[in-house]
Design a protein around this ligand. Structure first.
Ligand code: NI
Ligand code: MN
Length: 227
C-alpha cells in the first residue's frame, strides 16, 4: 500500500513500491517541515505551480537524487534554467504513464509566478494514480466549478490533499463545498498554519466534513499515513 508523509504546508512524500515522490517540496524556510532538503531521498519531484512555497527546494533535491521533476511547461523551463537535468513537462488536461503510475494535470484557480519573477504559466492540481490508489494534490486554488463537473464527475479519488488556509486559497467553508463536489474517500487539509495569514483550526474542517458524511484527517508534520 502506498504511504503519505506530510511535511507541512503543501509538501507530501508518497512512497509506492520502491518509488518515492515528493509534492511541492518547500522545506527550507518552512517552519513545519520535519526534514531538510538534504535529507530527502526521492525519485520524482512533482510541482503544482511556480510560487516559491511550492517550487521550494525542488531543483536542489532533483540534482542531489538524480530525480525527475514532473510539472507544467513553464515551471519546467524554470527548473531547467536553474540547472535541473531531468524535467518532464506536461500541461493541464494531459496525462502520462510513468514507471510508478499515472499523472494527470488538472486546472487550479490561482497564480504561478516563479521565484525569479518570471511568468510561471497556469497553476495546476495533480492526480497521481499509483499502487492502485489515486491521490489528488489540489495545489493552491480557490473554489471553481470544474472541481464538480470535470474532476469530481469523472475521477475516482481515494485521497484528496486540499488547501484550507484561506487568504491565498480556499478557506474552510469553500473547501467543504469543494469536497462535496470532488467526492474523494478522504480529505487531508494542507496550506494552513505555516504563516500567520493562513492560520486556522484544521479540526473545524474535519468536523464540518463529518457533519456532511465525509471523512477528513489532519496529519501532523512528519506523520505517515498508509492509504
Ligand atoms: Ni501559490
Ligand atoms: Mn502556496
Amino acid at each position: 500500500m502506498p504511504t503519505l508523509t506530510y511535511q507541512g504546508h503543501s509538501a507530501f512524500l508518497v512512497e509506492s513500491g520502491d518509488t518515492t515522490l515528493i509534492f511541492d517540496p518547500f522545506l527550507t524556510g518552512n517552519p513545519l517541515a520535519k526534514i531538510t532538503a538534504e535529507e530527502v531521498q526521492a525519485d520524482y519531484v512533482l510541482l503544482t505551480h511556480g510560487h516559491g512555497d511550492h517550487v521550494g527546494d525542488a531543483v536542489q533535491i532533483a540534482k542531489a537524487n538524480n530525480a525527475t521533476i514532473i510539472t507544467q511547461f513553464e515551471v519546467g523551463n524554470y527548473c531547467l534554467r536553474n540547472g535541473a537535468k531531468n524535467v518532464w513537462q506536461m500541461h493541464i488536461g494531459g496525462a502520462r504513464e510513468f514507471p510508478f503510475g499515472k499523472v494527470k494535470l488538472t486546472p487550479a484557480l490561482h497564480g504561478s509566478e516563479l521565484p525569479d519573477g518570471s511568468g510561471g504559466g497556469l497553476p495546476t492540481g495533480m492526480l497521481v494514480t499509483t499502487g492502485g490508489k489515486t491521490v489528488y494534490h489540489m495545489g493552491d486554488t480557490g473554489l471553481f466549478s470544474d472541481l464538480k463537473f470535470v474532476i469530481g464527475a469523472f475521477h475516482k479519488i481515494d485521497v484528496c490533499l486540499i488547501p484550507i488556509g484561506d487568504n491565498f486559497t480556499m478557506g474552510i467553508d469553500d473547501a467543504v463545498i469543494a469536497a462535496e463536489w470532488i467526492g474523494a474517500g478522504l480529505y487531508i487539509p494542507m496550506h494552513y498554519n505555516t504563516f500567520p495569514p493562513i492560520e486556522c483550526d484544521p479540526q473545524v474542517f474535519v468536523r464540518q466534513l463529518e457533519a456532511k458524511g465525509m471523512k477528513g484527517k489532519v496529519m501532523a508534520p512528519g506523520e505517515v499515513y498508509e492509504f
